[in-house]
Design a protein around this ligand. Structure first.
Ligand SMILES: [Zn+2]
Length: 140
């Protein structure tokens, strides 16, 4: 009987998720694309980083927003007002919203290593327009 009851017990872990967003402007051209996007054009991009974790610090924060914003701003400094096709890694891979979301995930992850007890990044979304976005979600 105890075993039967046990099957209905579920341990619910609490989970906090926070995110920050930054914007930048850049130009790109999609190689191999048949249509308007193969021509050089620009976007006002938006990038949102989501992080998650179970534990808050002593003052009730998952991560200081300003730390996360600083990391994102540093990365954006490398692409803002640039022609993305000239910037590594987009000089060899296409600067699609999908590849940019993955790029921001990888670079943000590296910089997060500098923050002690940093929460994990759960996803990064890059918007090319208000209606179009791509999200990169790492699978462990
Ligand atoms: Zn475009």
């Amino acid at each position: 009987m105890a075993g039967y009851i046990g099957r209905h017990l579920t341990i619910h872990k609490t989970m906090f998720q926070v995110s920050v967003e930054e914007t930048f402007s850049a130009g790109h051209a999609l190689r191999g694309y048949k249509g308007k996007c193969e021509n050089t054009h620009g976007h006002n991009y938006r990038v949102r980083v989501h992080v998650a974790g179970e534990e808050l610090d002593s003052i009730g924060l998952l991560i200081d927003f300003s730390h996360l914003k600083k990391i994102l701003r540093e990365l954006i400094g490398g692409v803002d007002h640039k022609f993305l096709n000239d910037q590594p890694p987009f000089d060899s891979i296409n600067p699609s919203a999908e590849n940019m979301a993955k790029f921001f995930y990888e670079e943000t992850s590296k910089k997060m290593l500098q923050i002690p007890n940093a929460p994990r990044i759960t996803s990064i979304t890059v918007w090319e327009t208000d209606e179009t976005s791509a999200t990169y979600t790492p699978t462990s």
